[in-house]
Structure formats: structure tokens, C-alpha cells
Design a protein around this ligand. Sequence first.
Ligand code: HEC
Ligand code: HEC
Ligand code: HEC
Ligand code: HEC
Ligand code: HEC
Ligand code: HEC
Length: 449
Amino acid sequence: MSIKITWRTALVGAVLFFVAFAVVGSVSVLGWEYSNSNHFCAYACHAVHPEEPKAHRESFHAEVNCVECHIGRLGFFHSALIKSGHVAHAWSMIVGYERPLYAKSFKSAENTCFGCHTKTTHQVNLTRTWQHFAADEWNTETKLTMTLRNVGRIFGGEDRRGMNWHTSGAVKIVVEDPQKQHIALVEATLPSGEIVTYKNVKTTMSDEQIAQAPRHVMDCADCHNRAGHPFPDPERVIDKAFASGELSRKLPFVKQRILEVLHTDVDSEEEARERIREGYAKYEKDFPGVPEQFPEEWARAMEFRDQREDFMVNLMVQSSFIESEDVDWRSFPDNLGHKNSPGCFRCHSGRLQTVEGKPIPVNCSTCHSLPLITKNDRIPQYYLDLLDQKKPPSHKSPSWISRHMFEVEDACSMCHGEELRYGTSNKTFCSNSGCHGEEWEFLDLSVLE
Ligand code: HEC
Ligand code: HEC
Ligand code: HEC
Ligand code: HEC
Ligand code: HEC
Ligand code: HEC
């Protein structure tokens, strides 16, 4: 039997084929596009990490899709392969998942950050000023100014390593936990080529476990782990609003009242909204003259409340971090500094030492200048006096900061002024509140001699 195909059938067949191809092709392309969208990453498997997309909107990278960092700029087949691996996440829907989540499969900076940034991003030391406001009647302002040694020391002819060195492949680490907060071992290749090993004197891992553990090469994300979704200290958000003028400092006790509201426990968004509104109403009642006395400032505070309400609600509502009651902003460590999480002190805390007991440098001036605290923009004399002094040899030990308090003697006055009493008044070198006004709980000087 022979099959006879007329021209007409062939034409209809061809048209049908192309239509089907176009439909399947478009659906695939749309599907692929959808799988690259933030919506897919954040909500396709119901909201497993509701906090990241919210925080992402407040970040420098609000316009950078999740996939740009979490998968990177890879060829079609490579990223399709990685995505197909993510199908395994569906299993977590059944067996459950840890809270807070951590990014197990975060790729190296090569295909992610380097799509937009360079390998040698840090090219200058940055002088930054932070504005802080006290929770007192006048919301008193202090400024903290420091030069961050992003490219290392420029003056003094000392070591010039900075942030870029950390990501040059020179630092390999063994970690104890998935969030990389506890570091058991650091292998550092110095510019001279010498390899130095620092072991954590308080590690919970045995030597055998350390020997067998994989080495992770330090990368951008090891410091900038909050780049995509910052979870700022709520107090800092308020300070920023004062600094920008969004919230007026003239309203007495306003910072204290806002902090009180922020620290109330709430179970739902509605309740948080209610608390915020009650907080303002109570303020109006307790300070009846304020709206009339400062009409402009009051109007701005109301605007702040309305515009920032959602944001304040986010800050307050732990239960919007669904299912886990004890997950809040503190559950997401920030590796950049050393205030609310160990950050730089994961390595520079004193605990990581060579067998001879030499630590990774812990002195404050390793990473930034001495904190300069100013009120009314006046630079204290002790700070100015120190600028053209050369430091004595004792200060060059990598653990000088752990000994300085035991070595205070009259000779220190030559450079540090007459008054050598410890404190936080900011009047003398020894009463710098940038140093002594905090606990620095992640610094462990007890392990250093
Ligand atoms: C798709 C492009 C893109 C990718 C990928 C990207 N960034 Fe960015 N990043 C930017 C842009 C653009 C800015 C500047 C935003 C601005 O100033 O408003 C920025 C800003 C930053 C800043 C803040 C700079 C400042 O002024 O304080 C840091 C830090 C940063 N990026 C780190 C990273 C890290 C780490 C990665 C990888 C995990 C990364 N970025 C991936 C485009 C990108
Ligand atoms: C050892 C920690 C560390 C590593 C690793 C690191 N950074 Fe940074 N980076 C910093 C610090 C600290 C700052 C200053 C932050 C500040 O101003 O508060 C900074 C600032 C920045 C800035 C903004 C300011 C500037 O100097 O231009 C960008 C952008 C940035 N880093 C990107 C990157 C990229 C990309 C990588 C990977 C190649 C990387 N960082 C690796 C610690 C690090
Ligand atoms: C600029 C890059 C960047 C973008 C954009 C980004 N992330 Fe991330 N994300 C990171 C980095 C860096 C980490 C920390 C990785 C590590 O600890 O090794 C991380 C970690 C996470 C984690 C683990 C928990 C945590 O916060 O540490 C989750 C969940 C996550 N990201 C989800 C998302 C989602 C969802 C989006 C999009 C809405 C997104 N990310 C966008 C860089 C990014
Ligand atoms: C994973 C471990 C690790 C982390 C985290 C880390 N560092 Fe380092 N850092 C090192 C090692 C190791 C050295 C070199 C020690 C040596 O000289 O043997 C070093 C050296 C430095 C130096 C040069 C020291 C000198 O004597 O001039 C600076 C500056 C520095 N780090 C800043 C930072 C800052 C700022 C952070 C946090 C944003 C940070 N580091 C986080 C491991 C780390
Ligand atoms: C290993 C590097 C490193 C060492 C050592 C270090 N710091 Fe810092 N410190 C940083 C970085 C980086 C930041 C900036 C964080 C940021 O950009 O928010 C910072 C921030 C600060 C701030 C501002 C904190 C804030 O958020 O208000 C103070 C104050 C400070 N450091 C004091 C000290 C003192 C005191 C010491 C010594 C006991 C010290 N630091 C040791 C890296 C270091
Ligand atoms: C010859 C002048 C001189 C003398 C004497 C001197 N210092 Fe210093 N000291 C300095 C200078 C300069 C710095 C700033 C270091 C820097 O920026 O790296 C400094 C910094 C410090 C720091 C902060 C170090 C850091 O890395 O954060 C401490 C603490 C300190 N000195 C304590 C002392 C004590 C205690 C004595 C007496 C035993 C003393 N100094 C004697 C010049 C001196």
C-alpha cells in the first residue's frame, strides 16, 4: 500500500507543526523566564523564606534578581542543570526545612558578583561617619568617624593588605556550621608566599575532623553576606531617619518612644500596626503641646509613620517570619563589622592562633582608625595630638590590644595625654566610648596572653 500525500495535507501538516513548535517554544521560554523571576524564587514553593524578598526590596540590589546572585550568569545548559538540582527543594516541602534557612549552594563570586563588580573592588580607604542618637529628651546626636582600611594602611610603611587580599584565593577556611559563623581553621598564603595556619583554640572539631574537612576559599559573600537582603538593626533604621531629617530630632523623647514600640512583642501584622498607632497617640497625649509647638516636625513624623508603617511592621512582626517564633533580624548574621554578629571577629577575635600562639591581628587599628567620637563637630585635642605621633614597638604586636590595659604607665602620657583613666566620657584617649562604650562580645581577649 502506498501513502499518497497531497500538497494540501503537507501544507496543513507543516503549518500545524510550526504552530505547535511556536506554542511549545513560547511556553518553554515563558516558563524559563518565570523560573528566573524573583516571584518564582521567593514564592513558588510557598513562602519558605518570606523575609528575604522583603529585605531585598530595601537593598542596594533591589533591581538585581535573586538568580543573578544565587545561580549567576551561566550558560543555558549549566543553569538549567543547577535549577533541576533545586527540584530537590520540593522534598523539603514534605519533610520540613530548617529555620532560618541558609544558602547551601551559594556559588562562587566568579559568575555572580563579578557579573557587575570587579575582583579588585576595594581601591580606596573609606572615611565614613555614622550618626547616632541617644534615647534621651533631646535625642542627643553623636558622630562616629572612622577610616576603614579597605586597601590596608597607607601611612607608616606597614603591611598594606586589605579586603582584596582576602578574596585573592589567599584565605582557605574550615567551618563548623553552615552559616560559617564558627571557623575552626584558617590557612593563609601571605604575599611572601609563606603559608601560615591558624587554629581556633576553642574549636569543637578534632584534629582528625579538621584534616578531613573541605577547605572553603574565602570570597565576597563571606563578608558581604547581607548584600542581597540586609536585616538592619532596627535602632539603626531610626538613627538613619533622624540623620536624613525624615524624622525630626526636635520632638522630645521620640527615639525612646519609638524604641519602646519596636521592642513590644506582637503576634500579627494587625497588632503591630495597632501598637504603632497607639504609640503615636500616647505620645500626643503625654506631650500635648508638641504638635502645636512643632507643627512642621509633627507633620513629618506623621508622614514617617504612614510611609514607614509597613517597614516598621516588618521590623516588629516576628511572626511574619512565619512558623518559627524565635526567628528575627538577629537570626541573620551580618559578616561586615563586629557589632551584632561576629563578622570580622570570626577570624580576628584572638581565638585563631598559630601553634606558637600568634593570633590573626586583633588590634582595632588593624582594620580602621581609632574611633573618633564628636559632639557638635568638635575634634577632641587628644585625637589631634596623636595624629603626628609614631607608635612605639609595643603597639606592633598583633595582640597589643589584649595587653594595653595591664601596661599603662606614666610614659604613655607622652603621647596619650595626662589623664590615663579608663572611661567613656570621650574627653581623653582612655575614655573613648567608641572603644569602651560597647561590650564587643565576639572579641575573646581571654585566650591571649
Ligand atoms: C546585576 C549586577 C550586580 C550583581 C550580580 C551584584 N551587584 Fe553589587 N551592586 C550593583 C550595583 C549597580 C550597585 C550600586 C547600587 C547603588 O549604588 O545604588 C551595587 C552595590 C553593591 C554594594 C554596595 C556599595 C556601596 O556603595 O556601599 C556592595 C557591597 C555590593 N554591591 C556587593 C555585591 C556582592 C558581594 C555581590 C555578589 C554576591 C554583588 N554585589 C552582585 C550591581 C550588582
Ligand atoms: C574581608 C571582608 C571583605 C571581603 C572578602 C570583600 N569585602 Fe567588599 N567591603 C568590605 C568592607 C569592610 C567594606 C566597607 C564597608 C563600609 O563602608 O561600611 C567593603 C566595601 C565594598 C563595596 C563598596 C565600597 C567600595 O570600596 O567601593 C563594594 C562594592 C564591595 N565591597 C564589593 C566587594 C566584592 C565584589 C568583593 C569580592 C571580590 C568583596 N567586596 C569582598 C569587606 C570585604
Ligand atoms: C546581590 C546578591 C544577592 C541577591 C540579589 C539575592 N541574594 Fe540571597 N544571598 C546572597 C548572599 C551573599 C547570601 C549569603 C550566602 C552565604 O552565607 O554563603 C544569601 C543568602 C540567602 C538565603 C539564606 C538566608 C540568609 O539570608 O542568609 C536565602 C534564603 C536567600 N539568600 C534568598 C534570596 C532571595 C529569595 C532573593 C531574591 C528576592 C535573594 N536571595 C537575592 C546574595 C544575594
Ligand atoms: C575567614 C577569616 C577572616 C575573616 C572573616 C576576616 N579576615 Fe582579615 N585577615 C585574615 C587573615 C588570615 C589575615 C592575615 C594574617 C597574617 O598576617 O598572617 C587577615 C588580615 C587582615 C588585614 C591586614 C592585617 C595587617 O596586619 O595589615 C586587614 C586590614 C583585615 N584582615 C581586615 C579584615 C576585615 C575588615 C574583616 C571583616 C570585614 C576581616 N578582615 C575578616 C582572615 C580573616
Ligand atoms: C578585623 C577588622 C576589625 C577589627 C580588628 C576591629 N574592627 Fe571595628 N569595625 C570593622 C569594620 C569593617 C567596621 C564597619 C562595619 C560597617 O561597615 O558597618 C567596624 C565598625 C566599628 C565601629 C562602628 C560600629 C557601629 O556599627 O556603630 C566601632 C565603634 C568599632 N568598629 C570599634 C572597634 C574597636 C574598639 C575595635 C578593637 C577592640 C575594633 N573595632 C576592631 C572592622 C574591625
Ligand atoms: C610615642 C608615642 C606613644 C606612646 C608612648 C604610647 N602610644 Fe599608644 N598609640 C600611639 C599611636 C600613634 C597610636 C595610634 C595607632 C594607629 O593608628 O595605628 C596609639 C594607639 C594606642 C592604642 C590603640 C591601639 C589599636 O590598635 O587600636 C592603645 C590601646 C594604646 N595606644 C595604648 C598605649 C599605652 C597603654 C601606652 C603606654 C604603655 C602607649 N599607648 C604609649 C602612640 C603612642
